[in-house]
Design a protein around this ligand. Structure first.
Ligand SMILES: [Mg+2]
Length: 402
C-alpha cells in the first residue's frame, strides 16, 4: 500500500523571517516583593520589587515587525526557551504559523512546550500588520468589548487582602466601579476554615449583585479539603470553582471524583499545557470549562484550537489572565464568558499591567467602563503600541538570532 507523504509547502508570497530579538528588561513594582527567581510576587507596603520581563521582536525581509511582550513573569525560563526556538524560524515564511506551531511543539515536547507562546503571538502580530487587520479580525472577529471580572491577588497577612472582610470590602469596591463579577485567589496556605470564611463573607456581602468565582490555585492540600470548599461554593451558588487542590490541577480522575461530590462547575486545565490534554479533560468530564492562556498554551494558534475544540463539545473556554493577546483572542471567541483583570488588589497596582504600553493600554483595576467591560482595539496586529525606549532603557540583556 502506498504511503502519503505528509508535507507542508513553502509559502512563496510570505515575508521571510530574517532576525529575532529577545530583550530581558526589569520593571519596578511599588508595594510588592518578588522572589529571587521571579516566579512569585506578593503585596508588601513600602517596598519596591524588581521583576524581570522580556520582549520579542520578529523582523521580516518586507520590513514588517511582529512584537510581543508577555505581561507576566517567569521570564528566566520562558525567554531562554523562546530564544532556543527562534533558531528554527530564521529564513522561514513568517506567515506559516501553523507549520511553526507544529515545529515548536516537536522541539519542546520533552520540556512542557515552554517558550512557544511569545514567538507565536509575535508572529500573529506580524501577520496582522502585514495584512492591515487586527488579530481578532484574522480569527474571524466576534466582538469589540469584553465583560470583565476583577481577579484578586493572593491574600496577605498585612493590611491588604488580610481577612474575609477585606475581600468583601474589595468586592464591594469593584462592584461600585462597574464590575459584574469577582474572583478571589485565597491565601497560599490553603486552610479550609479560612478560605471558607472568606468565600462566605464575599457572597453574603455581594453575592446577590455579582457573579462570584473562587480560585484555590491548587493551595488546598487534599481532595477532601476540595470537597469541603466545593460544598461552601454550592451553598452560595458560585459561578465556578477553579484549580481546587494540590494535584496541580491535572488529575482527570481526581476532578471526576470531586464533581461527584459537589454541584459547583469546575474550571480546571489552566496547568494543562496543550490542546490534546485539555480536550481530554473536557471529554472525560473532569472540568466544566476549558482554560486557555496564549502565553503558555502555544500562543494564539494553540489557544484558538482549544477554544474551537471546546465549542465543538458545546462547552466554553475561559481565557486566562489579561493582556493584548488575551483580549484579541477572547474577542474572536463566542464561547468565552469573562476577561480576567488579573491580579488586582485594593492597595497596589496590577503587576501584570506593564508600564511599557505607549498608547494608554491598561489592565489596571480601572481599565473597565461603567458597565464592567474592557474595550478591544481594532487596530492592526495585537493593536497595542509598546514603548520601546522604556524597554531598552531598562534592558539587562538582548539576544539577537539571525
Ligand atoms: Mg487560576
Amino acid at each position: 500500500m502506498p504511503a502519503i507523504k505528509h508535507e507542508s509547502n513553502p509559502m512563496p508570497n510570505s515575508p521571510v523571517i530574517e532576525r529575532i530579538e529577545l530583550t530581558a528588561f526589569e520593571i519596578e513594582l511599588q508595594d510588592m516583593v518578588t522572589d529571587r527567581a521571579g516566579f512569585g510576587l506578593s503585596y508588601q507596603p513600602g517596598r519596591t520589587g524588581t521583576h524581570l520581563r522580556f520582549a520579542v521582536r520578529i523582523l521580516a525581509d518586507s520590513g514588517v515587525v511582529g512584537e510581543y511582550v508577555p505581561p507576566r513573569g517567569r521570564a528566566n525560563v520562558i525567554m531562554t526557551a523562546s530564544e532556543a526556538l527562534s533558531y528554527s524560524l530564521i529564513g522561514k515564511p513568517a506567515l506559516q504559523r501553523e507549520k511553526h506551531y507544529r515545529t515548536m511543539r516537536k522541539l519542546t515536547k520533552h520540556i512542557g512546550e515552554v517558550g512557544i507562546g511569545a514567538i507565536d503571538i509575535a508572529l500573529w502580530d506580524l501577520a496582522g500588520k502585514h495584512q492591515g487587520v487586527s488579530v481578532c479580525e484574522m480569527l474571524g472577529g466576534y466582538r469589540d468589548r469584553l465583560p470583565a471580572y476583577a481577579s484578586t491577588l493572593m491574600g496577605d497577612r498585612l493590611d491588604g487582602l488580610s481577612s474575609p472582610e477585606a475581600y468583601a470590602d474589595f468586592a464591594e469596591q469593584c462592584l461600585e466601579m462597574g464590575y459584574k463579577a469577582y474572583k478571589m485567589h485565597g491565601w497560599n496556605e490553603g486552610h479550609v476554615d479560612e478560605e471558607a470564611a472568606m468565600i462566605r463573607a464575599v457572597c453574603e456581602r455581594v453575592g446577590d449583585r455579582m457573579i462570584i468565582m473562587y480560585d484555590a490555585a491548587c493551595h488546598l492540600s487534599t481532595l477532601a479539603d476540595a470537597i469541603q470548599i466545593g460544598r461552601v461554593c454550592d451553598d452560595h451558588g458560585l459561578y465556578w470553582l477553579e484549580d481546587p487542590y494540590a494535584d496541580g490541577g491535572v488529575s482527570i480522575h481526581g476532578h471526576q471524583m470531586l464533581k461527584k461530590n459537589i454541584k459547583t462547575p469546575l474550571l480546571v486545565s489552566e496547568h494543562v499545557r496543550n490542546l490534546e490534554s485539555t480536550t481530554d479533560m473536557l471529554v472525560a468530564g473532569a472540568t466544566d470549562f476549558a482554560r486557555a492562556d496564549p502565553d503558555y498554551d502555544g500562543g494564539i494558534t494553540g489557544c484558538h484550537k482549544v477554544a474551537v475544540a471546546a465549542e465543538g463539545l458545546g462547552m466554553d473556554c475561559e481565557v486566562h489572565s489579561c493582556g493584548p493577546a488575551m483580549r484579541q483572542l477572547m474577542a474572536a471567541c463566542r464561547n468565552a464568558n469573562f476577561y480576567e483583570v488579573n491580579l488586582v488588589h485594593p492597595k497596589c497596582a496590577n503587576a501584570w499591567s506593564l508600564p511599557i504600553y505607549g498608547d494608554g493600554y491598561s489592565d489596571q483595576l480601572d481599565c473597565i467602563d461603567a458597565n464592567g467591560y474592557v474595550p478591544v482595539s481594532s487596530s492592526v496586529g495585537l493593536a497595542v503600541q509598546y514603548d520601546w525606549d522604556r524597554i531598552r532603557k531598562t534592558a539587562v540583556e538582548t539576544k539577537i538570532i539571525e
